[in-house]
Ligand binder design. Structure first.
Ligand SMILES: Nc1nc2c(ncn2[C@@H]2O[C@H](COP(=O)(O)OP(=O)(O)O)[C@@H](O)[C@H]2O)c(=O)[nH]1
Ligand SMILES: [Mg+2]
Length: 296
């Protein structure tokens, strides 16, 4: 049996969390089409016949403006030194831009102070890109750095994921004891996952700038023998954002609650009674003690 620590990095929205879920074959990280969905690092463990892979999903690397964003970027960069293997994820729909170059620079810099077992450049979302556009893109990335492999993948539809796993395991040389039990999937607590599931549904049902303004605080998680009673507060920054989340006659909040509850029941394997509140907290993104309470 082999064991390896992997870290997934890339700019926001390239599909890092989708890739983690594809690798562990379970939804452990929330995903959305809004940038900066992932705010903390999430560990998922992939169990394969010949290896166990401990995979860290990280917040997207970008130029930070708020205290929260600075923490997010630091979280991603701090994960680099401890990994055996780095996955650098790029969106195959676009040629490398400033954001991508920033990500590659960080990885190349990290690789100067330690030796990785592998640094993979992953071109994600190839389900949306024709071969004719893919080949020149691969050439472009090949000129940037001597990557261990450049692998075109689709995290969403599963293209090349098995091949990626094989190539990854091939890089791990020592036969070592696996670190986690064979049913261990993630280091997140049920409380964290529940809060994240609520936030994912808020992201799905709202638009534009609102996602950045939303945080979810889990106030109560009471586990009874066959059901859980969960109470969570959705924080927004402006009074005008509250009615957006609640919707006409409370309809949007109801939908958010129902969808989040169904996700929780599936993941936790028990009935869930979910109570949601919406509150305005202007400064939560720069309030250090609230950021700690929120788990950031
Ligand atoms: N077409 C396509 N969309 C993808 C793929 N992987 C992720 N996405 C979408 O890209 C968006 C961002 O995904 P997410 O995993 O949250 O990105 P992250 O910010 O890098 O973690 C979501 O809408 C995903 O459904 C893929 O392989 N193909
Ligand atoms: Mg993510």
């Amino acid at each position: 049996m082999k064991f390896g620590n992997l870290v997934i990095v890339g700019r926001p929205n390239v599909g890092k969390s989708t890739l983690l879920n594809a690798l562990v074959k379970q939804k452990v990280a929330i995903m959305s089409d809004k940038p900066q969905t992932t705010r903390t690092r999430v560990l998922g463990v992939g169990h394969f016949p010949t290896a166990q892979l401990a995979i860290l999903d990280t917040p997207g690397l970008h130029k930070p403006k708020h205290q929260l964003n600075r923490k997010m970027v630091r979280t991603a960069l701090d994960s680099l030194p401890d990994a055996d293997i780095v996955y650098v994820v790029m969106d195959a729909n676009t040629p490398p831009g400033a954001g991508d170059r920033f990500v590659m620079e960080q990885v190349v810099t990290a690789a100067q102070s330690r030796t990785y077992a592998g640094i993979f450049l992953l071109l994600n979302k190839v389900d949306e890109v024709g071969k004719a556009r893919l080949l020149p893109l691969i050439d472009q990335y090949r000129q940037v750095y001597d990557w261990t492999e450049i692998v075109p993948i689709s995290a969403k539809s599963g293209v090349n994921i098995d091949r990626l796993v094989d190539l990854t395991i091939a890089c791990l040389s020592e036969e070592v004891q696996p670190c986690y039990d064979e049913d261990f999937l993630t280091d997140q607590s049920m409380r964290q996952m529940a809060a994240e599931m609520v936030r994912e549904k808020v992201l799905h049902h709202t638009h534009a700038e609102l996602p950045y303004s939303v945080a979810v605080l889990l106030e109560e998680f009471i586990e009874e023998p066959s059901r859980a009673h969960i109470r969570a507060t959705i924080f927004v920054e402006k009074a005008s954002q509250k009615p957006i989340i609640i919707g006409k006659k409370g309809q949007r909040l109801k939908t958010i609650g129902t969808e989040a509850r169904l996700d929780m029941e599936k993941t936790f394997g028990m009935k869930v009674f979910l109570e949601l509140w919406v509150k305005v907290r202007e400064d939560w993104r720069d309030n250090e003690s609230l950021l700690v309470d929120l788990g950031y």
